[in-house]
Structures are given as C-alpha cells and as structure tokens.
Write a protein that binds this ligand. Structure first.
Ligand code: ZN
Ligand code: ZN
Length: 226
C-alpha cells in the first residue's frame, strides 16, 4: 500500500523549546522521508515578530530539498488576545498558524476558551493542536471554518486522541497527525504516522485521509501544493 510521503505541520526548534536548529531538524526529517515540514515554534506577543523574521530569513538564504513551512504555535495566549496575534502573525508572513489547544494533560493549564476562540478564526488559524477538551460545538465550528484538529503523537496528549476522533466523526471536522516533535527522535515516518492514526481508533480509510488527503489539501491551501 502506497502511503505517500510524510507531511508534518507541527514541530519545534531552538527558536523556542526544541533541541535543534531548524536546518538540522529539516535535514533529519528529509532523511526519514518527509516531503514537507511545518516549523511552528511557541510564540506569544514577546517573540512573535522575531520568530517569524528568523524563519523567513532562513528560507531566503538557504535552500532545502523538502518544503519548509514557516509557522508559529500561539501558546498560552489569553483567548481574548488570540485573534489579534493570529492576524499579526499572518501579516508578518507566517504561512501556518497553529493554536496550542486545550488538552487535558494535567501539566498544561491552557486557558479555557482557547479551543472555542481558535475554532472561530477562519482564515487565521489553520490547526488546533492537541484539542483534547474540544466540544461538539467547537469542532463543528472548526469544520465550518476549515480549521483542522490534530491527533498528537506526543505522549502527554495521546490519551485525548480517541475523544478527538469521536468528536470529529460526529461533526465532520478534519483530522491531521502531527508529531509536535521537539527533537529528531520524535519525528515520525509515514508508516509510523499511519500506525498512530490506526491506534487512535480510525479505520484504514479514515487513517489514510488524515495522513494523506487532509495533509495534501492543507499543504495546497498554504500555497505549497504541487
Ligand atoms: Zn514545546
Ligand atoms: Zn507544539
């Protein structure tokens, strides 16, 4: 079965709390068969501009054999401030905007209301990361607004995946499998992403949709599709 090539929209580098500079993470991803990688370091108002600037500078001076999508992950921003920062990120040139969603992981006290606000920002938010606490209403709104929900490969968020699958089925929200990798070991090849998708409870068709059709569609919408 041809699973195609890996597209992962959620990773971290030294620009926030990841272990590697972007060039190494990108090269490591290429070596395990990625065709595209989103670099989405944690940002708030303190580092939004410099993080986007650094990614754009990297991409203007270096070439890479795989597609590199300059993005951000708005993290621990009060829900009232998310709309303005998401719009600013777009304006500054971020091609991919993720919101660090409300997970039920006990040590990640994301503000209540984060998933709801993120789901409403059509055109400004692309993915709600690890949205473990998401409700049916919020997922339905995300679906209407073309905002994807993430199935996370990160252990802390993994136990939320079956809930996210259930809500997505009920609402038509679209799913992606992202690694949220903070180092090279946490990257997943396409077979690994497929296995993870099946382990969340998706059937084979749904799993293929999450790791192939949905990723290709978003890649194209972000202006990287070929
Ligand atoms: Zn992180
Ligand atoms: Zn992350």
């Amino acid at each position: 079965m041809d699973l195609g090539k890996r597209i992962d929209f959620h990773t971290h580098t030294l620009l926030s709390d990841g272990a590697l500079i972007p060039s190494e993470l990108i090269r490591q991803a290429e070596m395990i068969g990625y065709k595209a990688i989103g670099i989405t370091d944690h940002v708030d108002a303190s580092n939004l501009e410099e993080t986007i600037d650094k990614m754009l500078r990297l991409l203007s001076k270096q070439q890479f054999p795989i597609m590199v999508i300059p993005g951000v992950e708005l993290s621990y921003v009060h829900p009232d401030n998310i709309p303005a920062l998401a719009k600013e990120a777009r304006k500054l040139g971020a091609k991919l905007i993720i919101v660090h969603g409300e997970t039920t992981a006990f040590d990640e006290p994301v503000y209540p209301g984060t998933n709801r606000v993120a789901a409403s920002l059509k055109g400004y938010v692309d993915i709600i990361a690890h949205p473990g606490a998401i409700t049916r209403e919020e997922a339905a709104e995300a679906a209407r607004n073309g905002i994807y929900l993430e199935l996370s490969a990160k252990k802390a968020h993994g136990e939320n995946n079956p809930h996210i699958v259930k809500i997505a089925r009920e609402t038509g929200a679209k799913l992606l499998v992202n690694t949220d990798a903070h180092n090279a070991e946490q990257l997943l090849d396409q077979q690994g992403a497929y296995t993870l998708a099946l382990n969340t409870g998706l059937n084979e068709t749904e799993a293929r949709q999450a790791i192939i059709e949905n990723t290709e569609a978003l890649l194209k919408r972000l202006g990287f599709g070929k």
